[in-house]
Design a protein around this ligand. Structure first.
Ligand code: FAD
Ligand code: DHB
Length: 391
């Protein structure tokens, strides 16, 4: 089989890239190791920046988002005894949207299906070859156990943090930066109406907590837990009790309503950046090139920003023989990647508690500043709501 762009991975980055390439007249094939059902059910991100929503709107992907998504003007930031609303719009920034990654992936999958996009699901042993030439190709094993080959002009690795694309770049041609954090999140989905109109990010001596949501009937919440935590040690009662304490149930008349938990998992936290995001005819986008801890709600939005830059760059390369935008892709994308890496690290460092009482006082001083100074709040608002795609 032959195509112009071979895309590894049908997550948000791979699906959106194929959509944007098609709009620019460039044909692609996606090769994904999982089933479509698995990809669409994976519960992950929940917050879309305004530039992500604007992009979806500009390419006809916002119909259900406008109907079922929930536009938020800001967030609550709290520490014991105090809850402050940061109104991003009043602070000169934009709104954000609550719309689950599961829904984004379903919308993208439906749009690609309607357009006749070729997506190979359940491909095993996916491997990249000859990426330093102008004739790179993928090999994989199909569901019938037969070996297959996909020839292309360009390969794009959209295969997340554990896929083969990143590893296909030789050691001598890449630089990496990494930070692991000494805590994880335990996340739940619950069939209960959210106890808040907008997200609550809470600092507490017992550890961070976050109250998010998916719909008027479904809440999404997280608590900070030690690395290595086994979900089996956290009964539903223990989780709701920790959330009640950390989110301030009963304080100033606010109540947290518990409900049936339908999903429970532990997520480790990591920052990771690899540069450059290109080697020869292989380009990387999304989690394949960088990971942020989830506190700033940036991972999905960064994946979208990468492919928003990459799609026109590949169109220029493949339809007009103009290599300049493709040559500039990595540097341009990395500017935003590092800004979001800093913001995600900063939010994570400000909100998660550890052993050191000096650190705790610094965090509280920072939180008081961010919640009382227009400059402090404005910086958080601008970064959380998101910088322009081409920042
Ligand atoms: P992925 O979504 O990881 O997609 C990669 C795809 O490649 C997958 O479908 C995978 O199956 C496939 N693949 C892997 N290996 C192979 C292979 N060998 N061959 C073929 N295909 C392969 N981000 C936000 O912006 N906001 C949030 O609020 C937020 N919250 C989060 C909460 C949680 C609990 C988690 C875990 C993440 C959160 N993120 C958030 C991050 C966000 O989910 C990711 O950054 C996003 O999924 C990245 O998209 P991607 O397409 O680059 O990678
Ligand atoms: C969600 C996840 C985040 O990491 C975040 O910062 C905000 C919301 C969520 O899953 O809803």
């Amino acid at each position: 089989m032959r195509t112009r762009v071979a895309i590894v991975g049908a997550g948000p980055a791979g699906l959106l890239l194929s959509h944007l390439l098609a709009a620019g007249g460039v044909e692609s094939v996606i090769v994904e190791s999982r089933t479509r059902e698995y990809v669409e059910a994976r519960i992950r991100a929940g917050i879309l920046e305004h530039s992500t929503v604007d992009l979806f709107k500009s390419v006809g992907l916002d119909e259900r988002l406008q109907r079922e998504g929930d536009e938020h003007r800001g967030i609550y930031l709290q520490y014991p005894g105090e809850r402050h609303h940061l109104d991003f719009v009043d602070l000169g920034a934009h709104t954000v949207w609550v719309y689950g990654q599961t829904e984004v992936t379903k919308d993208l999958g439906a749009a690609r299906e309607a357009a006749g996009q070729q997506i190979v699901y359940e491909a095993a042993n996916v491997a990249l070859h000859d990426i330093e030439t102008e004739r790179p190709f993928l090999t994989y094993t199909d569901t019938g156990g037969s070996p297959q080959r996909l020839d292309a002009d360009v390969i794009v690795g959209c295969d997340g943090s554990f896929g083969p694309s990143r590893a296909a770049v030789p050691q001598h041609a890449r630089q990496t930066w990494e930070r692991t954090y000494p805590f994880s999140w335990l996340g739940i989905l619950a069939d209960v109406a959210p106890s808040t109109d907008e997200l609550i990010y809470a600092w507490h001596p017992d550890g961070f907590a976050l109250h998010s949501m998916r719909s008027p009937q479904v809440s999404r919440l997280y608590v900070q837990v030690p690395n290595g935590t086994d979900v089996a040690d956290w009964s539903d009662e223990r989780i709701w009790a920790a959330l009640a304490t950390r989110l301030g149930d009963g304080e100033n008349g606010w109540r947290l309503t518990p409900g049936p938990i339908t999903e429970k998992s532990v997520l480790p936290m990591r920052s990771f950046v690899m540069a450059p995001m290109r080697h020869g005819r292989l380009f990387l986008a999304g989690d394949a090139a960088h990971i942020v801890p989830p506190t700033g709600a940036k991972g999905l939005n960064l994946a979208v920003a990468d492919v928003a830059l990459l799609a026109p760059a590949l169109s220029a390369l493949l339809t007009r023989n103009d290599p300049r935008p493709a040559d500039e892709y990595s540097d341009r994308a990395l500017r935003r990647v590092w800004r979001c890496t800093h913001f995600s690290w900063w939010m994570t460092s400000m909100l998660h508690t550890g052993e050191d009482p000096f650190d705790a006082q610094l965090q509280l001083a920072q939180l008081r500043w961010v919640t009382s100074s227009e400059a402090g709040a404005g910086g958080l608002a601008e970064n959380y709501a998101g910088l322009p795609i081409g920042f």
